[in-house]
Write a protein that binds this ligand. Sequence first.
Ligand code: PLP
Length: 441
Amino acid sequence: MRDYPQIVVPPPGPRALDVVRRDEAWTQNCYIKEYPLVVARGQGPMVEDVDGNRFLDFMAGIAVCSTGYSHPRVVAAIKDAADRFLHICGSDFYYESMAALCERLARSAPGESKKRVFLTNSGTEATEGAIKLARYATRRTAIIAFRGAFHGRSTGAVTLTSSKARQHAGFGPLLPDVHHVPFAYRYRCQWCADKGECTRGCIDVIENDLFARHLDPHDVAAIFVEPIQGEGGYVIPPAGWLRDLRALCDRYGILLVADEVQCGVGRTGRMWACEHEGVEPDILLTAKGLGSGMPIGAIVAKESVSTWETGSHGSTYGGNPVCCAAALATLDLVEGELMANAAAMGERLMAGLRRLQERHACIGDVRGVGLMIGVEFVKDRATREPAPELLRDLVLAAFRRGLLLLGAGKSTLRLAPPLVVDQYDVDTALTMLDGLLGELD
Ligand code: PLP
């Protein structure tokens, strides 16, 4: 038996409430704050709050804590780097960890072409830089992104985002010449078949509708795609869809930008999600799991695309030496053992969820690769009407019992635990979900 999950005071306890009240008095209203979890420390897949409650975490700080909380090897690398120097500015000067991380990412990205890397502080910044690079390299202006996509929240990146109208409201005018097309939402594709099953036909909408009626494909700089949609609901396109998209880009000289900010760094059981399809993007974006929680991201672009001139892009903090050290230690762990663990534990979790689907009619769809798994709730399996209230109630009830969950899309539970989870963690989460769904459904 482990010492988690363990609730000693119904959360939020008195100490947590103190923090919540202070936070609510002084922080901006735009923060979401899913539930009143007030973290004191974490270890592996366990998070302890300020009142001593211990939670099993199946959301990893939104798919970030890839190596679990405070992995000793990541912490040691951070301490060692911090002891030496905290900053010098990688845009202007050199240090070993920056060269090493860029080389490592360039070599690990899918495909044979030589790559070059730009380091950022976040996923949003990676998107923002990629928009600039794609326009610069192609001297074209139009960008295509997908409905349901999430690429970040700066003005350029949020224009590509199409996840919730609230993320655009009041901020316009946004970036011009950005066009949204349907994503291959297998369970709910309105463009492919009467039954709402995606059969890859929705990709034809880009050529037969957008290119035929609205937009010359030779004006398109790039198509930005999440190989697995994250915030949109952990949506996995059918096999062959990403390859079709690659072929479409090749027909018109359009750059394919794979946003692997959420699905990359071993989460799907491979280092990059594109590898499952054998697709080489022109530009690959990473962040989140790369630094195990330290703020670092990257634009990994083919050398042939990396045409921007000295001084045309830069960052004061991007590729900070402490973050580079965390990322290098993270990559060691992910390549060494965690990627394989994600594949094995993902299979166990998927099999368990499929059993739950047989027992609970509210589970409409279970989909996943590795430890990136979506469980979509419906009011009725025949109509597939989404059940957002059930999702909200489940997430809150799980928190009170000691299981940390998070939704995505309209009514999908996203399961994105740290890649260190073992059989105990997976089986505990499944048992808890089973019990909670039995009570709520
Ligand atoms: N791209 C994807 C696919 C994401 O999931 C996210 C964040 O959720 C981002 C970009 C933005 O990353 P960040 O929040 O680090 O700026």
